[in-house]
Design a binder for this molecule. Sequence first.
Ligand code: G3H
Ligand code: 13P
Ligand code: ZN
Length: 310
Amino acid sequence: MPLVTTKEMFKKAMEEHYAIGAFNVNNMEIIQGIIDAAKEENSPVILQASSGAIKYARINYLMKMVQAACEEAPNIPIAIHLDHGPDFETCKMCIDAGFTSVMIDGSKYDFEENIALTKKVVEYAHERGVVVEAELGKLAGIEDDVNVSDADAMYTDPLQAKEFVERTGCDSLAIAIGTSHGAYKFKGEAKLRFDILAKVKELIPNTPIVLHGASTVIPELVEMCNKYGADIPGAKGVPDEMLNEASKKGVSKINVDTDLRLAMTAQIRKVFAEEPQAFDPRKYLTPAREEIKKTVQHKMKDVFLSSNKA
Ligand code: G3H
Ligand code: 13P
Ligand code: ZN
């Protein structure tokens, strides 16, 4: 089927209490690994690219690969989404290039500026049948070194979320409930503010909610990377059980990048360490692609519960 927006995907996910994985892509092997997983699990899927990923892959190549994915998986709903659009121009470029969904990330601005920017993108996108994700609240990692009262201020305020959605007309909203980007999310125990999620869902029940910074930082993959020469100590992500709870409690889109980076790197490092004579890229990119597939399949089936929802 042709590329879809996330509208129908999210509607069904909210009705049936599961989440859709949004996986960051920047090359062919990553796209193929994700699509192979979606086909096997018969799951809807969102492919997303950041502005950095678009610069790296080049938008033309990216769109052609995504179109190839649709042809290869005719029964799977696939959306292509701009992740963390930094400004109106980048959103416009992606909309004009055929993206079905864009994120405008105005979370670095104050409330009113975020609203104004998001509204501008919503207007341009909606006229062209494209949907918009916005963000309210700040995702801080442990490396940001915030103190407790700062941390409190960073969580999304549910009342503001309601006002924000009403005033901008955005289609989905990314909220801050304790997740953060990258491999170092928590110093001690992982903790998510499910009370904030519940309040947001109560106030805006029909708005799909998005969780960024939601990689598990899969311990086996970190260990494997480290075993074969990496230096990634003390990495910690959001445990599967919490993501599973979030999927059942109204989070409709769960963003994953770090786990795919780890999956790919672990397998490539293994080949390099065990077969130093190998230099054919297919030798290490084949197991890397396979590990991406395995990682994505696990999330769809056991964590997000999106298997057989295509
Ligand atoms: O949230 C950010 C994503 O992990 C994309 O990262 O900007 O390095 O491509 P990137
Ligand atoms: P992770 O770094 O936890 O994979 O988060 C990815 C993300 O939020 C992309 O927008
Ligand atoms: Zn993100």
